[in-house]
Design a protein around this ligand. Structure first.
Ligand code: SF4
Length: 491
């Protein structure tokens, strides 16, 4: 066991992965190095997820498994969303935990390791935000919500690299009031990162050979509301950020934006997307439901006319738009008629991708008083009906791609085929393009689409001449090797 080796398990979403990567950077800077063997590591870290019940259980289970096998001298640190919300509870349920880090204290990881090693306290080291730092948007009568201190984040790249793609956090936290969601309780209100810092990091990622930049936040449309940049308000800041990113990182081929909040999608955003080929015509706008009454109970924007109008505008401005959304079924009070309205809406709007979640009761959220009255069987049945409907639509949307030539970012090869993604596929959540032949990983290659499945496409390289250039031992192959090396350097 090496005291300078750490084993880090990152659970949950891409936003958590970015925090995990930031902790790794800080540890590496202090002479630590990662290992995928828990038994070899002096420090075990689990960056937990506390979003919904099953995610909490998974996080606790991973912590318990590591605690059970913990060896003498090893430290176990629980970080992330679950610990932010239930730090004491985690320490009680997992006796081997030595340190607790809240979501907004990832930057204290080295300090927690050092203090725990010094043995200053037999109790777990708690690094949760100080209670005085509270959210300006906490609602009356609710517990104060801690906020992140932006000054503390300097010095590390707030990005997670995944092959030739990188997630870049533009803000953290959320100030929307969605009744079912625990995120504002966990993360606090939204804090936008300074635009100059994001631009600088995009340039660093460009130099590292990144081909796709994915901008993330709990609500990207809210980016900049707190930066005080212009009286026009936050709605101008996301388009401005995209415009400046495209100008300052021209070597990044693809820029993708996730998680738009309905009701707040500005027209300038569509204009910037339409006029800049680097920004992919792909949008992910979680709508959660389509019946105004359900949406009102969810404390979400309930103006369905706005949704119809905006999706029409999006499709006019971006004719090749791939549109993704998510829905929750089985929210308290959802009647069969409300659910049927959701089905009708999905049938009419024909989204490219849809994610469906069954409502998960979260104590402490504004939905708590509504209870969880819809049975698991009804939730499951509605989930299956909606999934089945969407599968037919997804297949049809995919079939409409057959005959097109799509640039595909190659992510892996083996057994005579390559796997990649087109602009229509965000990593980890959407489909893949399966391509004949083993193509260079990390390159964007034009592919003729020849087949369609519900989630994935298949195709063949459109320019075989290009392939002939990249043979083992050729100049192009050594260039690729050096590019891959640069990419790995920032992994
Ligand atoms: S927009 Fe709503 S669902 Fe999304 S993180 Fe914020 S509160 Fe939660």
């Amino acid at each position: 066991m090496n005291p300078k080796a750490y084993h880090l398990v990152s659970l949950g979403c891409a936003k958590n992965t970015v925090d995990s990567e930031s902790m790794s950077q800080l540890l590496n800077h202090e002479g630590f190095h990662p290992t995928d063997q828990p038994s070899q590591a002096g420090v075990l870290i689990v960056n937990t997820c506390g979003f919904i019940g099953p995610a909490k259980e998974e996080s606790l289970q991973v912590l318990k498994d590591l605690a059970k096998k913990k060896r003498k001298g090893q430290l176990l640190i629980a970080a992330g969303c679950l610990t932010q919300r239930y730090g004491m509870e985690v320490a009680r349920q997992v006796p081997g935990v030595d340190g607790i880090l809240g979501t907004q204290r990832w930057m204290d990881v080295v300090e927690v390791v050092q203090r725990t090693r010094e043995g200053k306290s037999p109790q777990p080291q708690y690094h949760l935000p100080e209670p005085a730092q509270t959210s300006p948007s906490a609602r009356p009568g609710e517990p104060a919500v801690p906020i992140e201190l932006p000054a503390k984040e300097t010095g590390v790249l707030r990005a997670a690299v995944l092959g030739a793609s990188a997630y870049l956090k533009i803000a953290d936290g959320c100030r929307r009031p969605c009744a079912f969601c625990a995120i504002p309780l966990i993360k606090g209100t939204a804090i936008s990162r300074p635009m100059e810092a994001i631009l600088h990091e995009a340039q660093v990622l460009q130099e590292a050979g990144i081909r796709e930049l994915i901008l993330i936040a709990q609500d990207t449309t809210d980016y900049g509301y707190d930066l005080g940049r212009s009286p026009a308000g936050a709605r101008q800041d996301l388009p401005l950020l995209l415009q400046r990113l495209a100008a300052q990182a021209p070597g990044i081929d693809w820029m993708r934006i996730l998680y738009l909040y309905p009701g707040f999608v500005p027209e300038p955003l569509l204009e910037v997307m339409a006029s800049n080929p680097q920004i992919l015509p792909y949008l992910d706008m979680p709508l959660q439901h389509a019946h105004p009454e359900t949406l009102r109970r969810m404390q979400r924007p309930a103006n369905i006319d706005w949704t119809y109008r905006t999706i029409e505008k999006m499709r006019l401005a971006l004719p090749d738009l791939a549109l993704r959304t998510t829905f929750i079924v089985g929210y308290p009070g959802e009647t069969e008629a409300e659910f049927q309205a959701l089905l009708d809406f999905v049938k009419e709007l024909r989204f490219d991708r849809v994610g469906v979640f069954q409502y998960s009761f979260e104590p402490g959220t504004p939905s708590e008083p509504l209870g969880d009255p819809i049975s698991a069987a009804v939730k499951q049945e509605r989930y299956e009906r909606l999934m089945e409907l969407q599968q037919g639509i997804s297949l049809e949307r995919n079939q409409s791609q057959v005959g097109r030539t799509l640039p595909v970012l190659i992510e892996g090869t083996g057994d005579g085929v390559s796997l990649g993604r087109s602009y229509r596929d965000a990593p980890e959540i959407d489909g893949m393009v399966i391509v004949e032949g083993e193509l260079p990983v990390g390159e964007i290659i034009p592919i003729s689409i020849t087949g369609a499945l519900t989630y994935d496409l298949s195709g063949v390289p459109a320019q075989t001449a290009h392939l002939q250039l990249i043979q083992p031992g050729s100049e192009a192959a050594s260039l690729l090797r050096s590019k891959k090396h640069r990419t790995r350097h920032h992994d």
